[in-house]
Write a protein that binds this ligand. Structure first.
Ligand code: GCO
Length: 460
């Protein structure tokens, strides 16, 4: 059984993780360049300075994406590459790079899906207060306008923010990601509110300035909960838990706190009850600006939380059994997230869903035969895609899937030790070696998912 006709098969990457060339052709520094320079911040002192050297090797990479048969490539624009100080003059050389990338993709029949912000905030703006400063909404609007004016004659598919929960939660609350801050809750709430407003502003600017009628969404982190069994009460408990707003700092990793304002035009009651008084004054008046109509709901899905109904019917998180399968990042392998996640999101937000990221890090190396045999990745992807296909059969309106990632790349605080690619990168020579999973995904695309195993038992 195949996926529906016209299902979009994609691969994804992000600017800071693959481009390198961080001080070339007028690019300004970003918070990630500064963070990487801090001793102990990133594994083994790695940084995105060279990354995959995609800035210079994009023709080769795009040829690999096209040969894979992918219909779409999700890339992000590096804000400090196109505006070195974040606002003001445009760095033409930087913007030219994206022109070339977009043209090269389109000439090979690969549709570009562009993310405006995948975490590399220009340092100059950080030093003016970053997302804590309400002016960040204007800064982001100016940047979005510049990109829409220049690329909007060809680019049709846009995402504003990638995973606001993570760059706010890990970047501004726990300090594990750039800019490495440990703000108090009211400050993170304020920064998050500005990010949501900036999202709304960018949607408006893209609509005003893109020449080709834009299709706009975003790519939040999927904080997915799934029922341990198919019992109705467990499904209800998982749904309640998925859209709950936890107390403490957990709110930052919630789905509803971010997605309700963006799609439904209101912050969830549960969160307001808990910490509404810590919100910036007058925040309710911004909701109209935040809730711009969107064409799709993107979601990045890697793992989730197993939930059952307790005796009182309330959600209880269940422990996983000893020896539960894990990826190299120690993330549990639970394909049900791609069954329940899209279903729950569509029920609540009523928009077509695109899985904007899914994939895993494995212990990949080049074997003696010069190939990279990554059987666990193939199994991970097969299980997740089978679950996704079942979700579609059961009524979820999922239109596309982006595998993360086309290349091994800079995995944030983990540096280069976590390999997520379909293509192995030798970070010394920059040689690219397609892994077994590359050839496998090629077959998946070619058969429109028809070659995937049936896996209904996985969902029980
Ligand atoms: C994300 C990402 C990617 C990561 C991937 C694996 O959107 O989560 O930030 O940049 O590399 O998710 O962790």
């Amino acid at each position: 059984m195949t996926f529906p006709d016209g299902f979009l098969w994609g691969v994804a990457a992000a600017a800071y993780q693959v481009e390198g060339a961080t001080s070339q052709d007028g690019r300004g520094p970003s918070v990630w360049d500064e963070f990487c320079a801090r001793p102990g911040a990133v594994f083994d002192g790695h940084s995105g300075e060279s990354a995959c050297d995609h800035y210079h090797r994009y023709p080769e990479d795009i040829a690999l994406i096209a040969d894979l048969g992918a219909n779409a490539y999700r890339l992000s624009i590096s804000w400090p590459r196109v505006m070195a100080r974040g606002v003001g003059p445009i760095n033409e050389a930087g913007l030219d790079f994206y022109d070339r990338v977009i043209d090269a993709l389109m000439s090979r029949g690969v549709t570009p899906w562009v993310t405006l912000f995948h975490w590399d905030l220009p340092s100059a703006l950080f030093h003016r207060g970053g997302w804590l400063n309400r002016a960040s909404v204007d800064w982001f609007g100016e940047y979005a306008e510049a990109i829409a004016r220049r690329l909007g004659d060809r680019v049709q598919h846009w995402m504003t923010f990638n995973e606001p929960q993570i760059f706010l939660g890990l970047g501004h609350s726990t300090g594990e990601h750039a800019p490495g801050l440990r703000y108090s809750r009211p400050d993170v709430l304020r920064a998050a509110h500005h990010v949501l407003l900036a999202h709304g502003r960018a949607v408006e600017r893209i609509r005003e300035h893109a020449e080709v009628k834009p299709i706009i969404g975003w790519a939040p982190h999927g904080c997915i909960c799934y029922p341990t069994q198919d019992r109705e009460e467990d499904v209800a408990a998982a749904r309640a838990s998925m859209f709950g707003v936890p107390d403490g700092d957990g709110w930052c990793f919630s789905t509803a706190w971010f997605a309700d304002p963006v799609v439904l035009g209101q912050y969830p009651e549960e969160g307001l009850r808990r910490f509404g008084t810590e919100m910036p004054p007058g925040f309710q008046e911004d909701l109209e600006q935040i809730a711009q109509p969107l064409e799709f709901f993107g979601v990045n899905v890697y793992q989730g939380r197993p939930i059952a109904a307790g005796e009182d019917g309330l959600p209880v998180e269940r422990p996983r059994q000893p020896g539960f399968p894990h990826t190299m990042c120690h993330w549990p392998v639970e394909p049900k997230v791609l069954y329940w996640g899209p279903r729950f999101l569509q029920e609540r937000y009523d928009l077509p869903i695109y899985v904007t990221e899914n994939g895993c890090a494995c212990m990949d190396w080049v074997h003696q035969d010069n190939h990279v045999h990554d059987a666990p990745r193939i199994d991970y992807l097969a299980r997740h895609l089978s679950a996704l296909r079942q979700a579609i059969r059961d009524g979820a309106d999922v239109r596309g899937y982006f595998q993360w990632s086309i290349l091994d790349n800079f995995e944030w605080a983990e540096g280069y030790r976590m390999r997520f690619g379909l293509i192995y990168v030798d970070f010394e020579t920059m040689e690219r070696i397609p892994k077994d999973s590359y050839a496998w995904y090629q077959q998946v695309i070619l058969s429109n998912g028809g070659c995937l195993p049936e896996a209904p038992a996985l969902l029980r």
